[in-house]
Design a binder for this molecule. Sequence first.
Ligand code: A5P
Length: 221
Amino acid sequence: MNATEMKVAAAREALTEVRDGMRLGLGTGSTAAEFVRLLASAGLRNVRCTCTSENTETLANSLGIATFKLAELAPLDLAVDGADALDEKLRLIKGGGGALLREKIVEQAARRFLVIADKSKVVQTFAGQKLPVEVTPFAREVLEQRFADLQPVLRLRDGAPRVTDEGHLILDVIVPADRDIAEVVAWVRDQAGVVETGFFPREATEAVVAGAGGVRRMGRM
Ligand code: A5P
């Protein structure tokens, strides 16, 4: 299986958890997009969906999936989304697609959050990983200076700062090798102007990880 086939395999396994009539949260990114495509062709007419990004909403609507505001559906029965990294405790780093804030809002409003990923996303440690930090435009430069030890890089798209769906900017920082991610995130989140980080310590309840040999299910320990 190549990487795309693994993403499809994880998405297909996630679809087996969906029942008609459910209220669903749809994630963002290439793996979540495979789930949206499979969902659209599943013929479940009474599933109601809300999206973690405008990109996903555009994709879902283009495939004939009607979408609703989160508040119209919350609490959700199930959210399905990808991750940039996950560990064996089901802690995640997300936000590679820039949607971390809406993702966390939607996924905290879900009774179950199922992560779908290929096995390259599974990590032993978050040390050295890229961690997206969503910041207000006003605070960006001062936070870049304050985060100097974390090697911040302003996220760009087409040569201009990437503006999130909520109108913020993203600084990608590096989790230092000698520090625990939870401690780094606690300090980062304490800085005024930081809106959210891509560390999801407790949101995921389960995961489907696809590898060459098939899919592996993980549950929260
Ligand atoms: C979107 O903001 C992200 O959180 C994605 O879920 C994450 O980057 C995984 O994306 P891929 O499925 O494209 O790897």
